[in-house]
Design a protein around this ligand. Structure first.
Ligand SMILES: Cc1cc2nc3c(=O)[nH]c(=O)nc-3n(C[C@H](O)[C@H](O)[C@H](O)COP(=O)(O)O)c2cc1C
Length: 371
């Protein structure tokens, strides 16, 4: 039904307009008590066996919505109603900014991918903090807050911009993510180099601790799939050294040629980050590499090209405690979360693992023990 609607209606509309429209429906449904209770019962059924704990936070399951969909934290309950066990809001920047001008979101339907160059369009850390402060949650869902650099702030002053966001947002964040991997803010990805990343993560950690004294807000870093393998290892080692809580792998890619894309060449050539199915193999590879390096010392979050329960299961076996997705939501629609939960619960039941936690990284551990 959704797929037919998508093909007949949505593909004829501008992708960003569809996003805003879908967003409005989700928010509206979440505001009507009967509708949201019914929707949550159908779309977000709980599976006891999927209960997950990550960096000290308890969740109904491992599957959540990746950053970028709800940049300003306006639809957390609606998204929770659709079955996302955690919702990562943002990227939020120190100051409000409009993002890039013009058309900035493109569908690669034949490849089940998206290209975006949104450029962190968001209302800024003060406004988003104020919204989170005034929020009365309907559903108890874990809220991650993803922060990034304001475009006009020079690279040398990036840390102060992140610190500003961290101080304002940490009190309302179940976990905090330092995003240094979006390709759409000039220079941002340079911050992944350990000599820049070490002081940045240290400063954000200190800011979160200053701002929230009653608990320790878990801190994660989100990395790009385009890092060379040695750089993935370097970030992993740094994360261990700094006592980081997690690594999110991965953001969108700037790669094109090597991915064998079948969509229209003009769309493929659009500048921006590519997400969805074409990203699947590399994201999985980065995740495996991270798990092989850090094991259970750091929680890993697998994201990039997750389309169905099998993909989510593969991420868990490769080392992910949590799994996220974004692009496939556009192609699969509101039943997506439900299908992933159901499929994951079925896979766990027929697997040799007693719990989901036992399955985390099992593939990588098995490969190691047979080498
Ligand atoms: C339109 C769009 C906007 C995004 N915005 C952000 C963002 O603001 N911050 C961020 O960390 N990731 C952002 N992402 C990246 C996603 O969170 C995710 O890492 C990436 O899309 C790979 O997952 P997927 O293949 O399931 O989409 C965005 C992705 C898309 C498609």
């Amino acid at each position: 039904m959704y797929k037919l609607f998508f093909r007949l209606v949505f593909t004829r509309m501008d992708p960003e307009r569809v996003h805003h429209l879908a967003f409005r429906w989700i928010r509206l449904a979440a505001r009507i008590p009967v509708l949201r209770t019914f929707a949550a019962a159908v779309l977000a059924p709980r599976h006891e066996e999927l209960r997950t704990e990550a960096f000290g936070l308890r969740m109904h399951g491992p599957f959540g919505l990746a950053a970028g969909f709800d940049k300003n934290a306006v639809a957390i309950d609606g998204l929770s109603m659709l079955g996302f066990d955690h919702v990562e809001i943002g990227t939020v920047t120190g100051e409000a900014q409009p993002g890039n001008p013009g058309k900035r979101l493109f569908r690669l339907v034949r490849d089940r991918g998206l290209i975006n160059r949104m450029g962190f369009n968001n209302e800024g850390s003060a406004a988003v903090a104020e919204r989170l402060r005034g929020r009365t949650p309907v559903f108890r869902t874990v809220v991650g807050v993803n922060i990034g650099k304001t475009k006009v702030v020079p690279e040398e002053e990036a840390a102060a911009d992140y610190v500003k966001s961290a101080e304002r947002l940490a009190p309302y964040a179940d976990y905090l993510v330092v995003n240094v991997s979006s390709p759409n803010t000039p220079g941002l990805r340079n911050l992944q180099a350990t000599e820049s990343l070490r002081p940045l993560l240290t400063a954000v950690r200190e800011a979160a601790d200053r701002s929230v004294t009653a608990r320790r807000v878990p801190l994660l870093v989100k990395i790009a799939p385009d890092l060379a393998d040695e750089d993935v290892d370097a970030v992993a080692d740094l994360a261990v050294e700094l006592g980081l809580d997690g690594i999110i792998a991965t953001n969108t890619t700037i790669a094109r040629d090597e991915l064998g894309l079948r969509s229209d060449a003009a769309v493929v050539a659009e500048t921006g980050g590519l997400s969805g199915a074409p990203l699947k193999a590399r994201s999985l590879e980065v995740l495996r590499r991270l798990y092989a390096r850090v094991g259970d010392r750091i929680t890993l979050v697998g994201v990039g090209g997750v389309e169905n329960a099998e993909d989510a299961w593969q991420r868990i076996l490769a080392g992910a405690t949590l799994v996220q997705g974004y692009s496939a939501f556009v192609y699969e629609g509101p039943l997506w979360g439900r299908g992933i939960h159901k499929g994951l619960a079925a896979r766990l039941r027929t697997s040799p693992y007693a719990t989901l936690a036992d399955a985390v990284g099992a593939d990588v551990r098995n490969t190691r023990s047979t080498v």
